[in-house]
Design a protein around this ligand. Structure first.
Ligand code: TXA
Ligand code: MG
Length: 354
């Protein structure tokens, strides 16, 4: 791929400079690619109504072209215009959770380019709550198609430096608005069928949705194993390897005390063999692991939101520290823990059930 100059602009999260936003919006209007912060992860944006521009996203990321993109909107009217008819439940969910980390899969309007929807008859739409994202969409005046701004298969970026590491020279600009808040992607909820189905757990939890939608279900693949390429999941994104750091990751699940014991034992074995071992741990467990291991902590067990916020950055840090294996503590798949466990399972080459 041809190398281009990637402009990097630092913006104040709460008070973005309108001149900078306008320049970034101009790039979008001209068919270019701009990475920008959202409250979940950084997105790689293009004009969502311009099929050629959207094709550029797939090229820059190395993303399979049948994996559809989310359209990001700045107001409700923009969302309505993208759907062939919003299901009644969609309005209620937008009122409650927008702007915020919830993507709604709805019947698509005909004028949306096929490059966005990957050929499906539905489209994913969300209104992010990050002031920089909202300002950019408003200034561009079009819905912005944006996947996470990582090279395909890598952990999603939660800082501008992650975007730079993956996409420098492949995109036109990066808006650096500092670290993102949630740290994991939006929840993808399909409301196009009879019953609402969570296709990807994320920033809005199952429990929050079930409060409003007693019939909401969770797609069975969410806590299952990776799907092989010839299985057909409802969300095409679910069949690809994701979030993977360079070193193979083994996820340990079960009762916390047994998890700690099993990781400590495995780490000691691998250290004895001369391996460079990384351990992803909750703070309170770090003292139980052998000296010599590279231990990165994700806050305390009682604060899963902190683990969510740090997860992708820590996976990338293991890469920079050149560990050869990663041993990771699992957690209860409750609240935001469901999304964390989904990402860890997708990143894992091996899962140990205790
Ligand atoms: O938080 C987020 O959602 C971030 C930020 C940038 O907004 N975006 C993001 O996009 O994570 P991406 O492309 O990395 O993930 C979008 C997911 C994929 O798993 C895709 O398959 C699914 O949403 N998806 C998109 N449109 C869909 C549709 N019409 N039907 C089913 N799944 C869809
Ligand atoms: Mg992604």
């Amino acid at each position: 791929m041809e190398t281009k100059t990637t402009l990097i602009w630092t913006v104040d999260k709460n008070n973005p400079d309108q001149n900078v936003i306008d320049r970034a919006a101009q790039i979008i209007k001209n068919g270019g690619l701009v990475a920008f912060p959202t409250e979940t992860v950084y997105g790689l944006g293009a004009n969502g109504l311009d099929g050629t521009a959207v094709a550029g996203i797939y090229r820059a990321k190395g993303r399979p072209s049948d994996n559809p993109l989310i359209l990001h909107v700045a107001d409700f009217a923009m969302a309505e215009a993208l759907s062939a008819g919003l299901p009644p439940v969609a309005g209620m969910l937008m009122d409650k959770f927008w702007p915020g980390p919830l993507t709604l899969v709805v019947p698509r309007a005909n004028h949306i380019p096929g490059q966005v929807t990957g050929g499906l008859d539905t489209v994913g739409i969300r209104m992010p709550s990050h002031p920089v994202a909202l300002a950019l969409i408003k200034a561009a005046g079009v819905p912005i198609a944006a996947p996470s701004a990582n090279r395909s298969g890598r952990p999603s970026p939660t800082r501008a430096a992650h975007v730079q590491a993956d996409l420098q020279g492949r995109i036109d600009a990066i808006l650096d608005g500092g670290p993102t808040g949630v740290g994991l992607e939006s929840t993808v909820l399909d409301v196009s069928g009879e019953q609402p189905v969570i296709l990807r757990p994320g920033g809005v939890t199952y429990e929050q949705l079930a409060d409003l939608l007693p019939r909401v279900t969770i797609d069975p693949s969410i806590l299952g194993k990776k799907l092989s390429r010839d299985q057909a999941p409802r969300s095409p994104g679910m069949k690809y390897t994701h979030y993977a750091p360079a070193a193979p990751l083994t996820l340990f699940e079960g009762e916390p005390a047994r998890v700690v014991q099993a990781i400590a034992r495995r780490a000691a074995e691998q250290l004895a063999r001369g391996s460079r071992v990384g351990i992803l741990a909750f703070e309170e467990n770090a003292p139980y692991y052998p000296r010599g291991a590279v231990i990165l902590t994700m806050g305390q067990q009682k604060n899963p939101a902190t683990a969510a916020n740090m997860l992708f950055a820590l996976l990338r840090q293991f890469d920079r520290l050149k560990v050869e294996v990663i041993l990771a503590e699992g957690m209860e798949p409750k609240g935001i823990g469901l999304a964390i466990m989904n990402r860890l399972r997708r990143a894992a080459g091996e899962i140990v059930q205790l």
